[in-house]
Design a protein around this ligand. Structure first.
Ligand code: ADE
Length: 365
């Protein structure tokens, strides 16, 4: 029965009438498609849109990206999370300029060899920008397909992604591979939705979907539960001197590498500890006040933070080492700071400025 049903025809017909108008669908510029696909990893379409528009305004070509200043790049990414995505984009842009004359290669293996481009992204760029016959299997597509076929394989396993990619190739149309892959993604994002009940009455595959027919929607897809996140306690210091506020640049490796933060200690500190810390940094006479608690969820870690505002009246004397004082304007425009510190930006009277004006839609990494 399912064999004879025109899966790709019905899907493409549905897509032609229901696809969303999105900025990266305006044309087939491979650069725009690449940037959008990287931004869309782990991040919702609505959250990506303003970031995408601003990125294209500031860095309209691969040449602009290849030579962008790191802090400027991070500022464009500020709040989107998973900052390695942005660093990898710049590294790949340099390769594209140096090795491919500034053009993204129209070849799956060459795309795959670029920094930050995995199987899904190579498939998405290859098919959407260059009409290559390659699968692009992301979480949306896995949800749709496991339900369609009533398949209970663990979708977090690479083996499952590869097997689904092979099965997709059996019904990918020769003439529209890019639209076909986007249609699968779109169906997963808007009908066979990730959270809540899918809208099966709007699905082009409702008559052939095994999960729908056999009432398996709630059981599929299967995902092995992840390990619980590690909890890390932090004490965050808002050291303020008039209009200036202390910030510190994180190291080049690990979580939030190279971004700016408020000085902090990797432990929970009580009133006595704070007094000692202030004495150590020659600010025993400064006024202090609680700046509230904050919690931030990353993919593998949770930060549980407690903040203290400390009003100092001399800059240099108070520096705890490797710290600079920045004006509030500079903090908004120049120094990229991850969303984790947002509660303390607010406590210091600053709204974080980013394209969307919102905190990260998904955990930052
Ligand atoms: N998610 C990943 N790729 C996408 C695309 N091209 N359009 C909409 N959502 C997506």
């Amino acid at each position: 029965m399912e064999q004879r049903y025109d899966l790709s025809g019905s899907l493409l017909h549905w897509y032609d009438y229901n696809k969303r108008i999105l900025p990266w669908r305006e044309n087939k510029d491979p650069y725009r498609i690449w940037i959008s696909e990287i931004m869309l990893q782990q991040t919702r379409v609505e959250a990506v849109k303003p970031y995408f528009d601003r990125f294209m305004e500031v860095l309209p070509t691969v040449y602009d990206l290849a030579k962008v200043d790191d802090d400027r790049l991070m500022k464009l990414w500020e709040g989107l999370g998973y900052y390695n995505r942005a660093r990898n984009l710049k590294a790949a842009a340099q390769t594209i300029v140096e090795e491919y004359g500034g053009q993204l290669p129209a070849d799956y293996d060459k795309l795959l060899s670029l920094k930050g481009i995995g199987m899904y992204t190579a498939g998405a760029i290859g098919s959407i920008a260059f009409e290559l016959q390659v699968p692009a299997v992301d979480g949306n597509v896995l949800r749709v397909l496991t339900r369609l076929w009533g398949d209970d394989s663990d979708i977090l396993k690479d083996k499952t992604k590869k097997a689904m990619g092979r099965r997709v190739m059996e019904f990918m149309p020769e003439d529209r591979p890019g639209d076909f892959n986007q249609a699968l993604i779109e169906l997963g994002a808007t009908v066979c939705v990730p959270n809540g009940q899918p809208l099966c009455d709007q699905c082009p595959w409702d008559t052939v979907c095994k999960a729908y027919k056999e009432d398996l929607i709630d059981q599929l897809p299967v995902k092995t539960p992840k390990k619980a996140r590690r909890i890390e306690h932090k004490t965050v210091f808002l050291l303020e001197c008039g209009e200036q506020i202390a910030i510190h640049k994180r190291g080049d490796k690990g979580l939030l590498a190279g971004l700016w933060e408020f000085p902090n200690e990797d432990k929970k500190m009580d009133a006595e500890d704070i007094k000692e810390w202030m004495a150590e940094h020659h600010m025993e006479d400064a006024k202090t006040k609680a700046a509230g608690k904050g919690k931030h969820i990353f993919s593998h870690v949770e930060w549980h933070m407690t903040g203290y505002e400390i009003l100092v009246d001399e800059l240099e004397k108070s520096l705890p080492g490797n710290v600079i004082f920045a004006g509030r304007d500079e903090l908004e425009e120049k120094y990229p700071m991850p969303s984790a510190f947002e509660p303390y930006l607010r406590a210091a009277g600053l709204e974080k400025r980013n394209a969307g004006g919102k905190t990260a839609p998904y955990p930052e990494q």
